[in-house]
Design a protein around this ligand. Structure first.
Ligand SMILES: *Cc1c(COP(=O)(O)O)cnc(C)c1O
Length: 395
């Protein structure tokens, strides 16, 4: 080992030998990877051997997360990005060109809507938004240069369920790529490739990593050439994730199935509980018989619902304030998929930019809440919602 004059160690330090292996994926923060010789580097660049070079181009922790998600979605070669929006951008900006047209669901995630409304048109890519539950509206939106149709399966926060089978048939008929943002439903609820999707997107930030301490995304196409185009785009534009975030995300993903099953079972029970409480105007949960898309949801999601429940309180903003104040131990925070239950109030957060008239059109009154159900004891959770609803009714 080389030492400098003060005796401190300079790089590289050989790793200690071990005949046994770690059971946890090692964290590999190295930005660069050293090779033995220029010939060895040639072998790597020419693809004769696999090796890492520079971490923006790829690193082991990202590849491990990608491999886990690939297995869950039944595909290979997926690209992990620094956030869910990085993945949406890799799809839309990495695959489309000026002159193309893209259709989006009209209730996409807020930033996806912004990308469609502001950034794509600025680059010469035309966009149209339409209702993914309404096939005729989607058909009417198609133009000769439509390349991609991007939808979410369960809309936020009104939890409408897209007609994925109908959209897949429509896309096939017109040679359009169907891209599904599967963040809400997760591969445990739905594997979009089995329903005709061509591209799948995830915000790993939400349920998959599941602890609100990591931002990551994932994008993959059925066609490896498209995935490769997205990979090259994300390397060039620097969408690469940090090794530490990938390492944390993998840790979260190990318990994903258990967390999802628990959260969705509690969500179903909570939805029924809320429906029986005085002061609750309506409850929206796709697995309930009174949901407008109940039949479609049952077929599509195969009995696994989702961890999201929306509901509407009687009374306006004052009742909503009283509700969050009395909702002991629940974070009032506009995210989803945490280990703890979180409450979001679209009128003051995600949908605050809309006019009251436009919000009313979407059914988003001042009493409307979206709940991301976490892992608390189900009975204790019901108790908190009863208590908060009673407090709201008292104002
Ligand atoms: C959160 C979210 C995104 C964006 O993911 P980030 O990791 O926050 O960038 C995209 N789509 C859906 C459906 C989301 O919920």
């Amino acid at each position: 080992m080389m030492r400098n004059s003060r005796g401190s160690i300079v790089r590289p330090v050989p790793l200690p030998d071990s005949a046994s292996r770690p059971v946890v994926t090692p964290l590999s923060p190295s930005v660069v990877y050293a090779s033995d010789t220029p010939d060895a580097l040639d072998d790597q660049y020419e693809g004769r051997v696999h090796g890492y070079t520079y971490s923006r181009e790829g690193h082991p922790n990202a590849d491990v997360v990608a491999a886990r998600l690939d297995a869950m979605e039944g595909v290979s070669g997926g690209v992990v990005t620094g956030s869910g929006m990085g993945a949406v951008s890799a799809v839309l900006l990495g695959l489309l060109k000026s002159g193309d047209h893209v259709i989006g669901g009209n209730q996409l995630y807020g930033r996806s809507l912004r990308l469609m409304a502001e950034d794509l048109p600025r680059l010469g890519i035309a966009t149209t938004l339409a209702d993914p539950c309404d096939l005729d509206a989607m058909r009417a939106a198609i133009r000769p240069h439509t390349r991609i149709l991007l939808v979410e399966v369960v809309s936020n926060p009104t939890l409408r369920v897209a007609d994925i089978a109908g959209l897949a048939a429509l896309c096939r008929e017109h040679g359009i790529l169907l891209a599904v943002d599967n963040t809400f439903t997760t591969p445990r609820g739905l594997r979009p490739f089995e329903h005709g999707a061509d591209i799948v997107i995830h915000s790993i930030t939400k349920l998959l990593a599941g602890h609100s301490d990591v931002m990551l995304g994932y994008a993959v196409a059925r066609d490896p050439d498209l995935t490769e185009a997205m990979r090259v785009f994300s390397i060039t534009t620097g969408l690469t994730p940090s090794p530490f975030d990938c390492w944390l995300a993998e840790r979260g993903m190990l318990s994903f199935d258990l967390r999802f099953d628990r959260a969705q079972a509690t969500a179903a029970a909570l939805a029924d509980h809320l429906a029986g409480l005085p002061g609750i105007k309506r409850v929206i949960y796709p697995m309930r018989a009174d949901h407008p898309d109940h039949t479609r949801a049952s077929q599509l999601l195969g009995g696994q619902g989702c961890n999201m429940v929306s509901f509407e309180l009687d009374g306006g903003r004052a009742a909503a304030n009283a509700f969050t104040r009395a909702a002991d131990g629940l974070s009032f925070a506009p995210t989803l998929g945490d280990v703890g239950t979180t409450l979001s109030h679209p009128a003051s957060s995600s949908h605050r930019a809309l006019t009251p008239g436009k919000r009313a059109e979407l059914g988003l009154s001042e009493g409307f809440f979206r709940v991301s159900v976490g892992l608390e004891d189900p009975d204790a959770l019901k108790q908190v919602f009863s208590q908060a609803t009673t407090a709201a009714a008292g104002v």
